[in-house]
Design a protein around this ligand. Structure first.
Ligand SMILES: [Zn+2]
Length: 107
């Protein structure tokens, strides 16, 4: 199998992003009908969704760029896409992206 070098890292990124949004959203949705379980259930689920969101979001934001190893902070590039603020790796890039040229540098 000829998998790209960053495929596993991006799969982990997608998983973290999904879990960070889906778990709190699911709790919110369930809280809408939770009064059938007990009178306190809607409030408990509503509060839990917000309480859970913060550690999940920290876990998602702690994801490391597969190229430079720094925390992946997204920034917009000239083409309108997203890239790593640390090294310029394009979001979803299959493999190495050359380091961003420094202003004033000759290529
Ligand atoms: Zn990077």
């Amino acid at each position: 199998m000829n998998e790209s070098p960053y495929a596993q890292a991006w799969a982990d990124y997608r998983k973290r992003r999904k879990i960070t949004w889906l778990v709190p959203a699911a709790l919110l949705l369930v809280s809408l009908e939770a009064d059938k379980l007990s009178p306190q259930a809607p409030l408990v689920l509503f509060v839990s969704s917000f309480v859970l969101y913060f550690p999940l979001n920290r876990w998602y934001e702690a994801w490391r760029c597969p190229q430079c190893g720094r925390r992946f902070v997204e920034t917009r590039n000239a083409a309108g896409g997203s890239e790593c603020a640390g090294c310029g790796l394009a979001k979803w890039a299959a493999d190495h992206t050359p380091e961003r040229a420094q202003p004033g540098a000759t290529i």
